[in-house]
Write a protein that binds this ligand. Structure first.
Ligand code: IMP
Ligand code: ZN
Length: 347
């Protein structure tokens, strides 16, 4: 079996996927067509060029793309459509468990809560016909105020208490060069007190003091962790703290290299943490913006980081341990992984 076929067939859990960054080129084109009667052709051409750009973008350019995507998703209908497409595409890629995250924002005629209701409704609808458990994290954007962050936490706790089991926690993300994430520590503590799971984007760019405060808070998982090591602008204290707490790391290989926070796969921090036996999950981050898929991330780990198929299998199975779900669902997921192994890999 080719590596591509192996990675496609491998059961996979996606733990770090931003909804709007995951919108594929196809879906983006649908959005552009939808606004064709209100926006002139030159603007539509600019959008198409930006969306179709392959290769690397600076961190700054990536955030300009998010802004543009937000300008295209302005109605409840558009939000429903993109959420449905993103879930289907992950399912088609052999993803067997999906955690989406999104930053609630008011759209035409709907409040932030209306936004969350819309995403939750699409997730519930998808569960009627797809064998793919989907959970949702609500994101705090670093550019927001503490009051907005506290509102997001309160809203997340309300949804969690409704008991439909879709909304499970909080993410902290947004442009890492903006704001000070430690501002949000009171909101993050409230989230934990409310029994919510918490994952934080950490050390995407060098910032020792902020990173240390976030790690000391003790999140359930962290995203990226690019600049922990002294050679990447971190410190020995950060490495020691991260290692001793064994906080699972959401690794986004293509995202890091394409937005140039990591210079090349050869120097990616994955290998070092893997050799230390640190808990890790391969993730896409923004599969639309970076033209990738979760299967592709496993292929990259094979081709660029010398991971064998056996290692990829073990890595994928271990990811189930870091999902934000009940022990019962984790057990069901592990069974699914074992069934797939028997069906696909022992022929
Ligand atoms: P949304 O939350 O569904 O609107 O997804 C897009 C948002 O995710 C962006 O506006 C950022 O706030 C966040 N995001 C996506 N990728 C990254 C990343 O690599 N670092 C930090 N934040 C990110
Ligand atoms: Zn991210």
């Amino acid at each position: 079996m080719s590596v591509q076929a192996f990675c496609r067939r491998l059961p996979k859990a996606e733990l770090h996927a931003h909804l709007h960054g995951s919108i594929s080129t196809n879906t983006m084109q649908k959005l552009i067509n939808d606004v064709s009667h209100t926006v002139d052709k030159s603007e539509r051409d600019v959008w198409s060029t930006v969306i179709n750009k392959e290769g690397k973008r600076t961190l700054h350019e990536c955030f300009a793309v998010f802004k543009m995507i937000h300008e295209l998703v302005t109605s409840k209908e558009a939000l429903s459509m993109v959420t449905g497409d993103v879930i289907r595409e992950f399912a088609d890629d052999g993803v067997c468990y999906l955690e989406l995250r999104t930053t609630p924002r008011p759209l035409k005629g709907i409040s932030k809560r209306g936004y969350v209701d819309t995403v939750v409704a699409v997730i519930q609808e998808a569960s009627n016909h797809l064998e793919l458990p989907v959970k949702l994290l609500l994101s705090i954007d670093r550019r927001q105020s503490l009051e907005e962050a506290l509102d997001t936490v309160e809203m997340t706790a309300e949804y969690q208490q409704k008991g439909d089991g879709v909304v499970v926690g909080i993410d902290l993300s947004g442009d890492p060069t903006k704001g000070d994430a430690t501002t949000f520590l009171p909101a993050l503590r409230k989230a934990r007190e409310a029994g919510l799971k918490v994952t934080l984007h950490v050390a995407e760019v060098p910032n020792v003091a902020e990173t240390l405060s976030l790690l000391e808070f003790g999140p359930d998982r962290v995203g990226h962790g690019t600049c922990l090591h002294p050679a990447q602008g971190g410190s020995d204290e950060l490495v020691k703290c991260f290692e001793s707490k064994k906080i699972p790391l959401e690794v986004c290989l293509t995202s890091n290299v394409k937005c140039r926070t990591v210079q090349s796969y050869d120097v990616h921090h994955f290998r070092d943490w893997y050799e230390r036996g640190h808990p890790m999950a391969l993730c896409t981050d923004d599969k639309g913006v970076f033209s990738t898929s979760l299967s592709e991330e496993y292929c990259v780990a094979h081709s660029k980081l010398n991971m064998s198929q056996v290692e990829l299998w073990k890595l994928s199975l271990s990811t189930v341990d870091y999902t934000f779900v009940t022990d019962d669902l984790k057990r069901q997921l592990r069974h699914k992984w074992q069934d797939c192994k028997q069906n696909y890999f022992q022929q």
